[in-house]
Write a protein that binds this ligand. Sequence first.
Ligand code: A3P
Length: 288
Amino acid sequence: MDRMEVTETFAGMVLPGHMHTEESLCFASTFQFRDTDVLIATYPKSGTTWMQEILTLIYSKGDPEPAKTIPNWARAPWLEHTYFREVLQETGRPRLITTHLPCQVLTPALQKAKAKVIYVARNPKDVAVSFYHFHKMAKFLPDPGSFEDFLMRFLQGTVQYGSWFQHVKGWLSQRTELALFYITYEDLHKDLRHSVERLAEWLGCPLQPEEVQATLQHCSFTSMRENAMVNYTLISPEIMDHSQSRFMRKGTVGDWREHFSPLQNKLFHKIYQEEMGDSNLRFPWTTD
Ligand code: A3P
């Protein structure tokens, strides 16, 4: 099928149309959070789906039933998507909500409600690679062209969803203003157990050792890759074409090394320094 050409422009960035409309974005930006809401905020391809799964398992105390029977987009719906209003569940539990929107759109509402925010960041080089492959399979995104072309647009911040640099700097500048838990994809990768325990504690939902164990087992890459409720195989191949690239693609740290030329690496490092050099943020990656 041809790619869907429709787009929506919002807050200075271009977003895939159909799933984002003026109305859905207006609803998102005026959404009234509750104190008990938990918002997962990420730039695309940074570990969003992984965090949705981890939180599902934390709140189910390691019981895989909800994660195996309810699609992730219904368990932790995207605030800015057209279907959000319909699927937002009135459960007894905290409402899990997901967003890729930049912080300036949501901060005022989040501050007012004191909702919890979990921000997941990932090495932007791996994000660029993952996003490139995702463009190949996701027909609601434009054809990425060559990796070289895509990387240039990623560095300029002209890809859909805007600039990685602005997204990360924006959300992390709110660390003391919001109830914000900051974690990286690399932290999850390095020590999932410790990450799950820290998250559970912070959410006020501490787990027993066997509940942690069940969470780890269910949130492994292999388990999630097989789980149709998170691997997006439920979506029609006309929208997500898994023959081009799987959603659960590699799940590794440092895949950029397989894709970047020395020249691309040098340019990336230069722009990263220009964009991030004056920030005091600490990340578990270096870009040289
Ligand atoms: P790769 O394309 O590098 O494999 P998002 O959910 O934000 O779209 O991010 C998708 C990326 O997270 C993909 O990266 C996917 O494979 C990876 N991912 C999802 N679940 C994972 C898990 N349990 N362990 C490791 N990586 C995971």
